[in-house]
Ligand binder design. Structure first.
Ligand SMILES: *Cc1c(COP(=O)(O)O)cnc(C)c1O
Length: 450
């Protein structure tokens, strides 16, 4: 028995894996990884896999990035952790200064947590608490978009709308107002992205007009609804939403957990609409994909509503044990330093254009309904009936066939339902993109041939 199958066997005896029907592993091999280098993961058996999805959208500058490694090694000998209540440290101060400097103007305060879902909980609680502290306790409901995803903890699940994750737990969740998404896959033939996103905004405006008095915040994933299958929309929607939130006196929460740090072509997706949300949630790429960390940036106005004598009970008494961990903050600083010295967004423009151009070759396929891109995210949507845009039934698990095929070819593609997508680390080369597109093409051929 080689090391790889031995590890897989031991794993399956004691580990319960995330987002997995464990029974699948009766036929699907578990893949032990021993090392990562740039865009490549190396299995214990020596096989290599191109990490086309950045290990769940976290990695920016490759595995074992020498600059992030060096920064972490140095920090490790100084301070691994200290509580962030009453104490502080250089990495968290410097990171906060840097985030405030690059975030949309007016986001001047950083509140930390240690994963994306927790950042959503923080933003939701802060918004609710803000209105309470401001003498408007009736404003306690949240508005979310169809097919949105904001994480798995109960509050984050409640403000999301992907049935696959949410349906079972509905009895445990707070009630929210759900508005149809501006997702441009649903547009009419010949209709532009902008026209469709504008048209869909009417639903949002109606909901705000009717319920503003009881609404705390609207929460959105700017430009790309990633977990819904990389569904995309036009920035005009965000611009209209910002104006409406101001008009109706409602907070805007931008969940940039997946799309922040250059994924959509700009540092933050909100920039493409020229807007400043009241809360911006960041995680995933924040540490370059190294360590768990998340942050909610908010305005001075929100901060001030909590600032008062202790006895007024206005403080935000929320914490996590590892809030602002120095190692995680150091990884984030090292990652931001790479943005500072290398022409990351400029280089990404060329890579994204190449990825989009090559992937578009698949648009002619009889079972591909659409190839779409926003920055460094590129998605290929498989359908059963191209003319009617009728999806394959989810039970057929067509995406899983692509997944298996890609692993054999040496690529980690992990389709979401019928959507095959690329969201690679920014250190990928054009030749590696070509390899991914060829692998996806043969995988889609195989997955749709019957
Ligand atoms: C991944 C994700 C989250 C949740 O982050 P976790 O760290 O997995 O809890 C929230 N929102 C969006 C948009 C995400 O992609």
């Amino acid at each position: 028995m080689n090391d790889s199958s031995d590890l897989a066997r031991r794993d399956l005896a004691v580990v319960w894996h995330p987002c997995t029907q464990m029974q699948d592993h009766e036929s699907l091999p578990m893949i032990p990884i021993r090392r990562g280098q740039g865009v490549w993961l190396e299995g214990v058996d020596g096989r290599r896999y191109l990490d086309a999805i950045s290990s769940w959208w976290t990695n920016l500058f490759g595995h074992a990035n020498p600059r992030i490694n060096d920064a972490l090694k140095a920090q490790l000998d100084r301070l691994e952790h200290v509580l962030l209540a009453g104490f502080t440290h250089e990495p968290v101060v410097e990171l906060s200064e840097k985030l405030v400097a690059i975030a949309p103007k007016g986001l001047t305060r950083c509140f930390y947590a240690d994963n994306g879902s927790s950042a959503i909980e923080v933003a939701v609680k802060m918004s609710f608490h803000y209105w309470r502290n401001s003498g408007q306790p009736a404003k306690r409901r949240f508005v979310t978009l169809g097919n949105s995803y904001h994480g798995e903890t109960l509050g984050a699940l409640a403000v999301g709308n992907v049935d696959l994750y949410k349906e079972i737990y509905k009895p445990l969740l707070m009630d929210v107002l759900t508005v149809p998404s501006p997702d441009c896959f649903e547009r009419e033939p010949g209709e532009s992205w902008e026209a469709f996103s504008r048209r869909q905004f009417a639903f949002m405006d109606m909901t705000l007009a009717r319920h503003a008095h009881e609404i705390s915040a609207v929460i959105v994933e700017p430009l790309v609804q990633c977990a819904a299958g990389m569904r995309m929309y036009h920035p005009i929607y965000l611009k209209l939403l910002r104006e409406a939130c101001d008009r109706y006196n409602v907070h805007l929460i931008a969940d940039e957990i997946a799309v922040g740090f250059g994924r959509t072509g700009t540092m933050f997706a909100c920039e493409q609409a020229g807007i400043r949300p009241d809360f911006m949630c960041l995680s995933k790429g924040l540490t370059g994909g190294y360590l768990p960390l998340s942050v909610v940036l908010t305005t001075g106005q929100v901060y001030e509503a909590f600032y008062a004598d202790y006895a007024t009970q206005r403080a935000f008494l929320h914490s996590h044990s590892y809030t602002g961990n120095p190692l995680a903050c150091t990884a984030a600083l090292a990652s931001l330093a790479i943005f500072g010295t290398d022409n990351v967004l400029g280089n990404n423009r060329a890579l994204a254009a190449h990825m989009d151009k090559r992937a578009r070759e698949l648009a002619q396929h009889p079972h591909v309904a659409e190839v779409r891109s926003t920055g460094m995210i590129c998605a290929i949507e498989m359908v059963k009936d191209k003319a009617a845009r009728k999806p394959y039934p989810w039970q057929e698990r067509r995406g899983l066939r692509v997944y298996r095929h890609a692993l054999e070819k040496g690529a980690l593609l992990r389709p979401i339902g019928n959507v095959v997508y690329f969201m690679p680390p920014y250190v990928i080369t054009p030749a590696e993109i070509d390899f991914l597109v060829e692998t996806a093409a043969s995988g889609i051929e195989l997955a749709t041939c019957d």
